[in-house]
Design a protein around this ligand. Structure first.
Ligand SMILES: Nc1ncnc2c1ncn2[C@@H]1O[C@H](COP(=O)(O)OP(=O)(O)O)[C@@H](O)[C@H]1O
Length: 177
């Protein structure tokens, strides 16, 4: 048995379903995985420079955040759930999952969160412009980046099943090494 579990990044525009996927994966995974909601960590551990009330968002202190995450990632068995991934060092993830959602559905999900209109617009545009997938492809080897649709419960279930299959394969590869 490998001593350390894999490091899985689940990324995507806000509202695409990262936390929903990460929670389900953490519950169903054959190896223990800690779900780290990076946005929550930033707030809980004060890893930000300031809070922007107009955009209702935090300006992250990236150095502090990376120092905190380094310790967590070193232990292995982690799901990093965040709307951006390019600040994570290339050596960290074993798998990078980028969730995608049709912009009409995404708009509805973000409206339910009571985001300010301009924040809904900004995120919706980012999804249409492929911002996160391009960031992931620019930052990591193409063989570890997987783009998955997250528009329905069936998508959620099949995506999690696919990630579990990947973990099983990962475990086999570790055992052979
Ligand atoms: N594949 C999906 N099918 C249906 N609803 C989904 C799906 N993924 C997410 N949702 C819903 O969309 C909303 C945003 O999901 P969430 O996981 O919080 O997104 P994120 O973590 O990317 O911001 C939640 O209400 C969630 O239930």
């Amino acid at each position: 048995m490998p001593s350390k579990g894999p490091v899985i990044v689940i990324t995507g525009t806000p509202g695409t379903g990262k936390s929903t996927h990460a929670q389900m994966l953490a519950q169903e995974s054959p190896v223990p995985l800690k779900h780290i909601n990076v946005g929550d960590l930033v707030k809980e551990r004060n890893l930000y420079e300031e809070y922007d009330a107009e955009w209702e968002s935090y300006t992250v202190d990236e150095d502090k955040l990376l120092d905190e995450l380094e310790v967590i990632v070193a232990e292995g068995g982690v799901i990093l759930d965040w709307h951006t991934c390019e600040i994570f060092p290339e050596r960290w993830p074993d798998l990078v999952v980028v969730l995608r959602c049709n912009h009409t559905k995404l708009w509805e999900r973000l409206e339910k969160r009571n985001y300010p209109l301009k924040k809904i617009q900004e995120n919706n545009e980012a999804e249409i412009m492929d911002v996160v997938i391009m960031e992931a492809r620019d930052s990591y080897p193409e063989e570890i980046v997987v783009e998955l649709k997250s528009e329905s419960t069936e998508d959620l279930e099949s995506n999690v099943a696919r990630m579990i299959e990947w973990i099983n394969q990962w475990q086999k590869n570790q055992a052979e090494e």
